[in-house]
Design a protein around this ligand. Structure first.
Ligand code: C2E
Ligand code: CA
Ligand code: CA
Length: 763
């Protein structure tokens, strides 16, 4: 039994109820009436007890409805007992009798119980009128059917006093009301109530049908005696008893919002009325005026209900449509709406020139991360407001996240107009998330819409321009130019080609020597990476190293450089050519905890002392705090650390003092400035700073003799630059290492410059 669906089990219960009573028709009428009455009473008491017990259970859903149903059953039981007492005492039940008001009390209890059933979420919104319309349809339809078959025959019966007729008529009238309420409320009940309520509703409707039927039989026969209403009554009672025993507990709404049954339930009374109307016409004859008027009332109710539902449906469709094209947070158009407007514009001839602007907020992630999502939302809303007010007639949209877009249509020059608007937006948008007003800035890219464009082509150009604006780092506005596209194409080509470049043999290394300024000794060489791309030719590290860093490929490249160059140094060692120290560039992203171990393993593998290696870190791209222990661990292993391009990164004095470096490579801009007035004092300041911190100083990019002389005079330790040597292929550096002749006869006398003794790789 447990495995069967509720509907099947309930159907079986109803069938058993009917099957228990139906055979009584073979008994003599009076016996059948008495036995059926006793069976009804037993079923009634069972249902009543079960309902009270279930209503008292704390965890049951709809306890209030169960109490009401119990009260309704109690009213019926009390009415039956009074009727029984009257029969015993007087031999029959008069019409009307005191039993009538008691029995009829079941109706308000049943209706109230159903009315109080917990409603489904959303069923209440805008639903009061719809509920009334549903009740009106059910009521008029059932009234019509009941009028044809029960109410009218009952009213026309010659039996009883007018009061008695009125009392008897109130049974089928109230029955119809109960049925209409139950059918209209059922689809609105909460999901976890439904199994219970479905069974209760079936039970109630069976009882209602039986109730009306027995009044009709009473009118026909004059005495209450056994008939078909006893069969449906027993089935209905047993269904109520079964429903009371159903253990539906509080569960989440797991049922679909509305089922096929829910949607079609309102049509059930119409179907009943329609078929009973046809049957009446077929068996009894054409409708009289009152019957026709009742039918018309039903039709009016149906039309009212359908128009109500149709307009509600139209409203829902409109709400869905606008939700589908607007951004919920800012109320701007969403990406879909923006693209479709763009498509529309591009496919409509003669609509005039237009441009798109793409915005990406600067620093939005930090606001979200540090101040929370509410602050982030506020920033987005404030920016959207500024965008709307600056947009004029243009379409402003939020594409998602912190990306916004604008479509500007203008007769003159839409691009410069769009650029103006973008500048205005940046000037106008403020948020108060930091307490006081704070500017919100976006990087903006502007692109004109071209004839024959697809929306995605136009968006891509605006995106490229926006990316360029972002790169510039000034919250600026960038207008698309074809060179941006070429740059982006080249960039994506490089990103794709980088990871396999070493394996394909496209990479090689060159070595630029460093010299000690006071005696001209070669003291080391910096290894520099070269890439010969098969299509693009030589690609400089200034171009591909930042790309590798962005694309996350720098780790592999750096490891390759360290492995190759240290192997080279070891090979030179074995050939008796000692490079005193190798300088290797290391990008910020390479300062991972595994770096010291990788370096140590390489040095040990090649039998090189750590002192033979210096790692260069660019000052302007210093790794974060987390890298400090990694740097310290490298330093303590004996590897040297150099601060590269010093002077470009504006390190503070205190920062410098905390960095575990021992070499300062002074950027070539300072060396280049040496001829100018301000050059030397700056250099002197840097050198004394370096001295104070006990650092070795290196002059980078020395191209002219005068610079070398000044650098030497200022007291710099080493120099590197085209004046002495260009970066060299390994073979040429080996030659330099092997040449016994001590290199350029430095030092240059501190006061004068001797040009003749210096040789440069440039010539
Ligand atoms: P850097 O570390 O400052 O390297 C020195 C750059 O200055 C080299 O350019 C070198 O050729 C150039 N240079 C040397 N002497 C002179 C001179 O007298 N005048 C002028 N104008 N330039 C001179 P290169 O080889 O193009 O390297 C550029 C940058 O690429 C390097 O700057 C470095 O930051 C990066 N880089 C090169 N190889 C690697 C590498 O293996 N790993 C990493 N992470 N970065 C590398
Ligand atoms: Ca360097
Ligand atoms: Ca440098």
């Amino acid at each position: 039994m447990q495995a069967l669906p509720v509907a099947v089990r309930a159907g079986l219960v109803a069938l058993v109820g009917a099957a228990l009573v139906a055979p009584l028709s073979w008994l003599p009428a009076s016996t059948a009436t008495a036995v059926a009455g006793a069976m009804h009473l037993v079923a009634l008491v069972v249902a009543l007890v079960a309902m009270v017990r279930s209503a008292r259970r704390g965890d049951v859903v709809g306890a209030r409805s169960r109490w009401c149903l119990a009260a309704a059953l109690l009213a019926v039981a009390a009415g039956s007992l009074i009727g029984l007492a009257l029969t015993i005492l007087t031999g029959s039940i008069p019409v009307p009798s005191v039993a009538d008001p008691v029995s009829l009390a079941w109706v308000p209890f049943a209706i109230y119980g159903f009315w109080k059933v917990p409603k489904r979420e959303g069923a209440g919104a805008g639903g009061a009128l719809q509920l009334m319309a549903d009740i009106a349809v059910a009521l008029t339809a059932l009234l019509y059917a009941s009028y044809l078959w029960i109410l009218q025959p009952l009213a026309n019966t010659g039996r009883w006093t007018p009061t008695g007729r009125a009392v008897e008529l109130s049974y089928p009238l109230l029955d119809v009301t109960v049925a209409a309420m139950v059918l209209s409320l059922l689809p609105r009940a909460r999901a976890d109530m439904r199994a219970f309520l479905n069974v209760v509703a079936c039970g109630l409707i069976l009882i209602v049908v039986s109730d009306s039927g027995s009044v009709l039989l009473l009118a026909e026969r004059g005495v209450a005696s056994f008939g078909w209403p006893d069969v449906t009554l027993q089935a209905g009672m047993m269904l109520l008893a079964y429903a009371a025993r159903m253990r539906s507990r509080t569960r989440l709404n797991e049922r679909r919002a509305s089922s096929v049954l829910d949607r079609n339930l309102p049509y059930l009374p119409i179907a009943v009325a329609g078929s009973l109307g046809l049957l009446h016409v077929a068996l009894v004859g054409p409708l009289d005026l009152w019957q026709a008027l009742m039918g018309a009332a039903m039709l009016v109710a149906i039309v009212w209900r359908q128009s109500l539902y149709a307009s509600a449906l139209a409203g829902t469709a409109e709400a869905h449509r606008s939700a589908a094209v607007t951004d919920a947070l800012t109320g701007l158009a969403n990406r879909k709406a923006f693209i479709s407007r763009l498509t529309e514009h591009l496919s409509t001839p003669g609509v005039g020139p237009a441009a798109v602007v793409l915005f990406d907020l600067d620093g939005f992630k930090e606001v979200n991360d540090t101040l929370g999502h509410d602050a982030g939302d506020e920033v987005l809303i404030a920016f959207a407001a500024a965008l709307t007010s600056a947009a004029g007639g243009g379409l402003a949209a939020r594409l998602g996240g912190d990306e916004f877009a604008l479509l500007v249509v203008a007769d003159g020059d839409p691009v410069s107009m769009a650029a103006d608007v973008a500048t205005q937006v940046n000037a106008r948008s403020f948020s108060r998330v930091h307490g006081g007003p704070r500017g919100i800035r976006g990087s903006a890219g502007v692109a004109a819409l071209l004839a024959g464009d697809t929306p995605s082509e136009a968006m891509r150009r605006a995106d490229l321009a926006m990316y360029a604006a972002k790169q510039s780092g000034r919250s600026g506005v960038q207008v698309f130019t074809p060179s941006l596209a070429a740059k982006a194409d080249r960039r994506s080509l490089l990103v794709a080609a980088l990871p396999g470049a070493a394996a394909r043999g496209e990479l090689h290394l060159v070595y630029q020597p460093l010299f000690r300024l006071n005696d001209g000794q070669l003291t080391g060489a910096e290894v520099l990476l070269r890439w010969d791309h098969p299509l693009l030719g030589a690609v400089g590290p200034d171009e591909f190293i930042p790309i590798a860093e962005d694309a996350g490929h720098i780790g592999g490249l750096g490891a390759w450089v360290r492995e190759q160059s240290l192997a080279q140094v070891a090979a030179w060692d074995r050939a008796g050519l000692q490079l005193p120290r190798l300088f290797v560039n290391v990008a910020a992203a390479e300062f991972v905890p595994e770096l010291p171990q990788h370096v140590a393993a390489l040095l040990a593998g090649h039998r090189l002392l750590p002192d033979r290696l210096a790692l260069e870190i660019t000052e302007s791209r210093l790794p974060g705090e987390a890298a400090l222990p990694i740097m310290a661990s490298l330093r303590s292993s004996g590897v040297h650390l150099a601060l590269d391009d010093f002077g470009t990164g504006y390190s503070s004095l205190s920062q410098l003092a905390h960095l575990p470096v021992d070499i300062l490579k002074i950027d070539r801009d300072f060396i280049g400035n040496l001829g100018e007035q301000s050059g030397r004092p700056m250099l002197d300041a840097i050198i004394s700073l370096g001295r104070a911190l006990g650092l070795t100083t290196v002059a980078e990019g020395v191209e002219h003799l005068a610079q070398a002389a000044e650098a030497a005079n200022a007291g710099l330790d080493y120099a590197q630059g085209y004046l002495f040597s260009r970066p060299l292929p390994p073979a040429e550096l080996a030659e330099l290492l092997g040449s016994a002749r001590p290199l350029p006869t430095l030092p240059v006398p501190r006061t004068e410059v001797r040009t003749t003794v210096l040789h440069s790789a440039e010539d």
